[in-house]
Design a protein around this ligand. Sequence first.
Ligand code: GRG
Length: 291
Amino acid sequence: MINSLLENRKALIENRINELLPETDKNYKTVIDAARYSLTLGGKRIRPIIMLEFCKLFGGKLEDALDFSIALEMIHTYSLIHDDLPCMDNDDMRRGKPSCHKAFSEDTALLAGDGLLTEAFSIAAKSKVPPEKSVKAISVLSQMSGFYGMLGGQAIDLSLVGAKPDIETLTDMYLKKTGCLLKAAAVIGAIIGGACENDVIKAEKYAENVGLAFQIIDDILDTVGDQKLLGKPIGSDQKNDKTTFVTLFGIEECKLRAENLTNEALEILSSFNGDTENIKELTKYLLNRNY
Ligand code: GRG
């Protein structure tokens, strides 16, 4: 069931990405090509799928949240392009292909990331979501991406290289760096779908659990994952002298923690009135993923 759900939603998202991508203009050819390269490089599309499913859960149609979901995927893609740069994690491969700065050049990759971030807000602002919802949704999108969200998490991450952070600092960093875009997915989907305030708060809590579990699984995969499936070399955390949940607790304890967080997320889903079967399947898939 999960595979057909993922395939169906990916097709919807990728068709719309192709419609929304800026036309290549001869003056900006390389930078738009670089943005297109990374945006269509074969990601799992987890964040847009979560957004669409939360929208549907609260009575909206998948299409209602489609453009916002693509805006979020563009922001995710920009973060990966920048994260791979030599001044950040310095990764040459992403999803089994050369990372953006390797396929193009460092300056083009930097601009492609900036362009995706900017274009994301343009797409969100032009979407057909009614203004009373879209203003809230755009505000969530910017907060979850910026200083107090993903970017802040990345800044904490960089400040910790070579340090020995405690569990609280590491958790705060994970919740921001990885959790905030997942939070944007669930919360914006809920807002567009028409959820009440209490359900939006529960969607937020759901995403915090899933975000933390997602990053713990990422740490595990970076230690014992299959490079072929991951599409990049493992051991990048060790190479960059990073403390992770795995270095603090070991693989088995990390698996247990990710499982507990996922179970809490599933309980939150059970407390909603609508049909949460799809999101439950997706949540379990994220726990058991191998790339
Ligand atoms: C402004 C320089 C600058 C940076 C922006 C780089 C950055 C801030 C943030 C990086 C945040 C980051 C890379 C977090 C890791 C999150 C994570 C586990 C990403 C992988 O997500 P998947 O597995 O990827 O959903 P796919 O490939 O499926 O899309």
